[in-house]
Design a protein around this ligand. Sequence first.
Ligand code: C2E
Ligand code: MG
Ligand code: MG
Ligand code: MG
Length: 276
Amino acid sequence: RAKREGRGNACFFDAEMDKAARLRRQLENDLRQAILRKQLYLDYQPIYDVGSDSVSGYEALLRWRHPDRGVIEPETFIPIAEESGSIVAIGEWVLEQACQEAVRWREPASVAVNLSPLQFMIPTLYDQIESILRKTGLDPRRLELEITEAALMRERTAVIATLQRLHRLGVRVVMDDFGTGFSSLSNLRAFPFDKIKVDRSFTGALEHDPAARSIVRAIIGLGHSLNMPVVTEGVETELQRRIVIEEGCAQLQGIFFGKPDVGPSQLFADMDRAAG
Ligand code: C2E
Ligand code: MG
Ligand code: MG
Ligand code: MG
């Protein structure tokens, strides 16, 4: 009897998995059309700079407005895009879109773009970025590229060479989500990073977990000695803000300062309209 019930459950799980697999395939197909059908767009989240007490940049965060399913979060569709390979075209679209929009901002704030590890597997990544900068006219010093350690696992020599060339162009390279994954110290030394971004899971734990604060302090100290300013993401409360500033964080990001939103270009367009 137990056996039969077990089998019944297995059937149920099979059906559920089948449904999940079908949904995934559906999204994978829809995603192929998403660029052409203009369903992708970028939200921008302000990055607050402690030294100048002002917003110094914005991170571009990708969204997908699906015709039937509403807005889909990157955590849902980027893994699918990575598995199917469409992330390469999507990543290029993001870069071009972000640079194009940033040149229209009235303030010369920096724009941070997330890169998938897979984008480093195409040998033309440097040329692609260089040509987008030229075409859009964005000052390379306003562009920041956020990469996670996963991008550093394969083809290390080629990735280092690409990052060094970008660096020479004036583009800044940010190690994103530091503190999760490998958090390898030799990676920080071997790759030309300009900035370290502490993963938001630490920020969320700061108020009640002394260990989280110790880790953030250690990362900031490490950044200091390597000449890499440290950014904290996911700052949601006044107390978190106070703690990370006390610990010497150079830049802060999170809903305390502003949610990902239309970004300054849209705001200024609205202001222009209001001014007549
Ligand atoms: P990320 O690069 O670490 O981006 C920060 C994430 O934290 C964003 O999630 C942002 O909305 C969220 N966030 C901002 N403030 C707060 C806060 O105060 N509290 C909390 N709990 N979260 C906050 P989002 O927009 O859902 O993006 C998730 C991830 O998707 C990003 O993490 C990034 O890894 C990836 N992603 C986003 N856009 C792109 C893209 O254009 N290309 C690639 N390859 N990945 C992207
Ligand atoms: Mg990021
Ligand atoms: Mg992050
Ligand atoms: Mg992330």
